[in-house]
Design a protein around this ligand. Structure first.
Ligand code: NAP
Length: 520
């Protein structure tokens, strides 16, 4: 075994398990690049070390000072940007553009929260709104405050965003004053391991603030305590398992779940072929289907198109999808890489087979051989870009139930009314984000009212923002990320809102001058 063994970083030291562990693979070439193993590691000890040392070290700092820590983390990661991008390309099957999306997303999120820390200033108490008179005299006063929880923030991430997934959670937790123990998905932990190494080597964080579990979780859940917070991103099945864990239930550990989502794009009846609005719609759909090989929690899976414009839209999408070169991301011309793991490939194949029970293939399809540039035929976890169309929109059920986590999306024709579009979107059972592409105010208002309760975020695509938007698939630190129902019922980011998840809200009641003295 000549490939490196990726160590965990626990109690301020690097440590490796006692067994051989599991391999990490380059999904384009199927070559083993490293191994992870956590057997025999003292996970409980690591959590306690973080709670005691890391927690105290952060609580000794003001918001502004913690913001500075985030700024230093950002700087260190920026300095190692190229190496992190290389790692994401090697282990995640990412093109350079996909890898930048993850790494720059992490750097940008840390920068945004560093600024937020600066703006909160040299204080250590976060006020929750205005104080309020509680008794007949103004002397008896009430004020809600947020203070850091005295535990550790356990951050469990999915395989698709090893850098950004870490940063969005860690930035909020550290700014709140909670140390973090991060557990990336084993299969793509190469990048999370490198990122931790960069931060440790740069010595930018006080002792105990950051730990890494690289590999299987071991007794992580069993060792949680009531002041800890569990922040999870991954599949709905794992999310449910973690939420129902006896220790989590018994100790009322707050759990934030970011899970699957059948995100929708609704094309308004006013969109004409050739218009800016249509350009934006086509660009966003193609980006979401192919960026990160469709392995984005926010990617558009269901495309609702007025029946009257459906044929033209399908032709325009096919034309654009045909331009995407698929292959080994090491080749410059490649615009879409393989799926991240062999399991992913098997799941996407099976998921597409299920969707096919109710739809026709418009482009690609599992029966098509993938012409992957830069690898020997049959090598790598490649899957063809696949556009499907529902046979019967009213009866289709699987498209609203089954998330195929790959370069696959389904067109569902509708009658062009906001009411029917909203009803179809709601069938997804709760999504992270849905998009409405229209410049028609009446349609937009009606669709917003119908769709908002089923979505954590609505992206309002107008022809006017063609050159000004990042698209619905990009999660921004200023806006909340999460969604109701099957999307997990969680919420992250959104400026200060994301920080508050790692703090306890307490209501203070007492003599007004004293309350004001201790909270400002
Ligand atoms: P997954 O299989 O659910 O795994 C997610 C994470 O949970 C991994 O780190 C995994 O570790 C860990 N895990 C599994 N069982 C655990 C246990 N018993 N205790 C502690 N940790 C445990 O999901 P995935 O395949 O990595 O990610 C794909 C899914 O994530 C997709 O369904 C996608 O929709 C969703 N996703 C959602 C968002 C969002 O923001 N809503 C973002 C990205 C992805 P191991 O790898 O070591 O098993």
């Amino acid at each position: 075994m000549s490939e490196p063994r990726l160590e965990s970083y626990l109690q301020g030291r690097w440590a490796v398990g006692t067994q051989k562990g599991s391999p990490l693979v380059n999904p384009a070439t199927e070559e083993v690049i490293a191994w992870t193993d956590t057997s025999g590691l003292d996970i409980g000890g690591a959590l306690e070390f973080a709670r005691v040392r890391g927690g105290q070290n952060l609580r000794d700092l003001s918001f502004k000072e913690r913001g500075k820590l985030l700024g230093s983390m950002r700087e260190a990661l920026h300095g190692a940007r190229e190496a992190l991008i290389d790692s994401a390309m090697l282990n995640g099957g990412c093109t350079r553009g996909d890898a930048k999306f993850d790494v720059d997303g992490a750097i940008g999120t840390l920068a945004a929260y560093a600024e937020l820390g600066e703006s909160l200033g040299d204080v250590d108490v976060l006020l929750d709104g205005e104080g309020v008179q509680l008794g007949r005299s103004p002397k008896f006063w009430g004020q809600h405050v947020y203070l850091p929880r005295r535990g550790v923030a356990v951050l469990i991430n999915a395989f698709n965003f090893p850098a950004w997934g870490f940063a969005e959670k860690a930035a909020c937790a550290i700014l709140a004053g909670m140390p973090v123990v991060t557990k990336p998905a084993s299969a793509t932990s190469h990048t999370a391991h490198l990122l931790t190494k960069v931060l440790v080597d740069a010595n930018v964080l006080p002792e105990g603030v950051m730990s890494l579990i690289c590999g299987a979780p071991g007794e992580l859940l069993e060792r949680l305590a009531s002041q800890d917070v569990l922040a999870f991103t991954g599949s709905a099945v794992t999310g449910r398992r973690l939420r129902q864990h006896p220790v989590v239930v018994e100790k009322s550990v707050p759990v934030n779940v970011e899970a699957d989502s059948l995100n929708a794009a609704v094309l308004g009846p006013d969109a004409e072929l050739g218009s800016d609005l249509m350009q934006l719609f086509l660009r966003d759909v193609v980006t979401d289907m192919t960026q990160k090989t469709g392995q984005k929690c926010t990617a558009i899976r269901r495309i609702f198109v007025p029946a009257a414009t459906c044929d033209g839209v399908i032709e325009a999408l096919k034309e654009r999808l045909a331009e995407i070169v698929v292959g080994n991301p090491a080749q410059k011309e490649v615009r879409m890489g393989p799926l991240a793991t062999q399991q992913q490939l098997a799941d996407v194949k099976e998921g597409t087979r299920r969707l096919r029970e109710e739809s026709e293939v418009m482009f690609g399809g599992a029966d098509q051989p993938v012409k992957a540039v830069g690898v020997a035929e049959g090598t790598g976890y490649f899957f063809p870009i696949t556009l499907l169309k529902s046979r019967d929109s009213a009866k289709s059920a699987l498209v609203h139930q089954h998330e195929v986590f790959g370069p696959v999306a389904t067109i569902v024709p509708y009658d062009g009314t906001a009411d029917q579009a909203s009803e179809l979107v709601a069938r997804g059972g709760g999504s992270l984000v849905s998009s409405i592409f229209t410049d028609d105010k009446k349609f937009l208002k009606q669709a917003m009212m119908g769709m908002a309760p089923y979505n954590g975020r609505l992206y309002l695509g107008s022809g006017k923002i063609l050159d000004h938007t990042f698209g619905p698939g990009t999660v921004l630190p200023q806006s909340t990320h999460g969604g109701p129902g099957r999307a997990g019922g969680g919420e992250e980011l959104g400026g200060i809102r994301g920080v508050q998840h790692f703090m306890q809200r307490t209501s203070l009641q007492g003599y007004r001058p004293l309350i004001e003295k201790i909270t400002t």
